[in-house]
Design a protein around this ligand. Structure first.
Ligand SMILES: [Zn+2]
Length: 146
């Protein structure tokens, strides 16, 4: 089965010469995670890829790579965000339950606020993290030569 080059059309609209991801997996992972939490372009490291706290720009302002390269690309980000935020929220409320003597009602109110608030706050980071995961698994630069 041959590789479908038409699927790489999104790469052709980007300045791939500005991409500087390390090839070695461990370094690549460190750079990608730092860029994800720094809300920078996962490909070139440029800041300013969000137009507001929650709104990811269509393309990187520096290298021009389109972030949502196909319909449903960020579906995995929703899952990463929901799972991560709910586990963190559960751990937080569990720690409050064990280490404080807050009333049951207070804990319930805090749990609801955390269960709703954390996914909202984590969503932009989940999108950058999702792009980082994608770049760990799929290395677009491998399809550029030839
Ligand atoms: Zn970029």
């Amino acid at each position: 089965m041959g590789y479908d080059r038409s699927r790489d059309d999104w790469i052709r609209s980007a300045r791939v010469d500005l991409w500087d991801l390390p090839a070695a997996a461990a370094f690549r992972l460190m750079v990608l995670v730092a860029r994800a939490f720094g809300r920078s372009c996962p490909y070139c490291g440029s800041p300013g890829i969000f137009s507001s706290f929650w709104t990811l720009k269509e393309r990187c302002p520096r290298c021009g790579v389109p972030f949502e390269r196909e319909e449903g690309y960020f579906l995995g980000a929703y899952a990463v965000n929901l799972i991560g935020a709910e586990f963190a929220g559960f751990a937080f409320v569990l720690a409050l339950l064990i280490r404080t003597d807050l009333s049951t009602l207070s804990l319930q109110v805090i749990a609801v606020v955390v269960a709703v608030g954390l996914p909202l706050l984590g969503y932009p980071y989940a999108r950058s993290l999702w792009m980082a995961i994608d770049l760990m698994v799929h290395r677009p630069e491998r399809h550029l030569s030839g």
